[in-house]
Design a protein around this ligand. Structure first.
Ligand code: SF4
Ligand code: SF4
Length: 409
């Protein structure tokens, strides 16, 4: 695609990167076939190609975005399916991230949007505040229909009925390996996940230590910054990401780290992009070091030897591939392979009635769980169970006896 940025505009590193990306696009439209918003809405401007044109026009002309343009950009789910489909290697993620920051700096949203976004940015990344908000949502649920904004009503409807107690496993500390030590890893404990579901980090720590990892929860590490990053709030997202970079760099310079383990795939996509996010900042070198050793938990597990599991009961597992894992991180088969390594076979979700649904992202687990009676667990909870850990609590709550050791199929 031809671009017409002026030499002066191109002195801005963000515009330089946008220019490279825009020039790679050949308008072929292959990406539209896999874009969920285009598939549902049927509007070219809600497709990757349409958004690319809108962003190009906005940036080249330094245009103050209008509500229509912002709507098309906001509706992008950042699923990155378009990046997997694009034959020209267009890095849509960096382009939409830059466009969101531009919109945030140049567009004045309606007051309700501004208030809602301000509240979300100040609650979700902080587990303590989020926990209080979940409690308020639980108490306010009967009155939710009185709220004027449908988005608030939807959020209250999504809030879990049970709020788990705080897990002290998420506090800064080090867990010694149970088997002979193979790796020293830092676990990113996250933000919203710590308030919504403490079972995932607990299972991850048990599983990794059982397989020979020393697991460190680094002092000062917290939210990855993805939530505010996707809102275009660059200052806030960089501030939280910088804390992680400093915390993990200190561990790398201290006792050393073989990996930074992330068990929420959306966060993993962002941490792996820290090198790009901080490319023009003083923390650039440390950000690159962090991104280089950031791994989804399935990547780390694939490097470790699983013990043979005793077989007792067959189980049908449906695996949900999170978009941030398969498109954002290009991890398509590893989690399924890990489940299969403990199983005779695994079949697809749609074809069968599963006993359990496994996913690698808390957001997906919440969404899927709100629409099914089948227990939804994180992949690591199943792998922890089949290697000697407790039954995932979500499955115990569905009436499974606690002594079952499953054969996954
Ligand atoms: S598939 Fe790639 S090159 Fe083709 S229109 Fe989409 S982004 Fe552009
Ligand atoms: S990230 Fe997903 S929703 Fe956004 S343009 Fe690409 S395919 Fe469509």
């Amino acid at each position: 695609m031809q671009t017409t940025f002026t030499p002066e505009q191109l002195t801005d590193p963000g515009i330089q990167r946008a220019n490279e990306i825009l020039r790679a696009c050949v308008h072929c439209g292959f990406c539209t076939a896999t874009c969920p918003t285009y598939q549902v809405l049927g509007d070219e401007l809600d497709s990757p190609r349409g958004r690319i044109y809108l962003i190009k026009d906005m940036l080249e002309n330094e245009r103050i975005p209008d509500a229509k343009t912002v709507g098309h950009i906001d509706r992008c789910l950042s699923c990155l399916a378009c990046m997997s489909t694009c034959p020209s290697g267009v890095h849509y993620m960096h382009l939409i991230d830059h466009a969101r920051a531009y919109v945030e700096n140049h567009y004045k949203r309606p007051v309700t949007d501004r208030v809602l976004r301000w509240v979300l940015a100040r609650i979700l990344p902080y587990p303590g505040r989020f926990r209080l908000a979940l409690l308020a949502a639980k108490i306010g649920r009967p009155f939710a229909r009185l709220l004027p904004d449908p988005r608030l009503r939807a959020m209250i409807a999504m809030a879990p009925k049970r709020i788990p107690p705080v897990s002290r496993n998420d506090d800064p500390q080090s867990f010694v390996p149970v088997a002979p030590r193979k790796m020293r890893v830092a676990l990113m404990t996250g933000c919203a996940q710590k308030a919504l579901n403490t079972d995932i980090n607990d299972a991850t720590i048990r599983l990794l230590t059982r397989l020979g990892c020393e697991v460190v929860i680094a002092e000062g590490a917290g939210c990855c910054g993805a939530l505010t990053h996707h809102m275009g709030k660059e200052d806030e997202s960089h501030a939280t990401a910088a804390k992680n970079i400093r915390a993990w760099a200190a561990e790398m310079d201290g006792a050393g780290l073989d990996a930074i383990v992330i068990n929420t795939s959306g966060c993993g996509t962002t941490v792996k992009d820290y090198g790009h996010m901080f490319r023009n900042e003083p923390l650039a070198a440390d950000a690159v070091r962090v991104s280089k050793i950031a791994m989804d938990v399935s990547e780390v597990l694939s490097k470790l030897d699983f013990p043979a599991s005793p077989a007792a009961q067959e189980m049908r597992v449906a695996y949900h591939a999170a978009c941030s894992l398969q498109h954002g991180q290009k991890i398509k088969t590893l989690p399924k392979d890990l489940l299969k390594n403990k199983a005779r076979k695994i079949r697809t979700l749609e074809a069968l009635t599963p006993d359990v649904i496994a996913a690698g992202n808390i957001g997906c687990m919440m969404q899927i769980g709100s629409g099914t009676g089948v227990p939804v667990v994180h992949t690591v909870e199943l792998l922890d169970w089949v290697t000697g850990g407790p039954i995932p609590p979500a499955m115990g709550a569905h009436g499974r006896p606690k002594s079952d050791i499953p054969i996954l199929r």
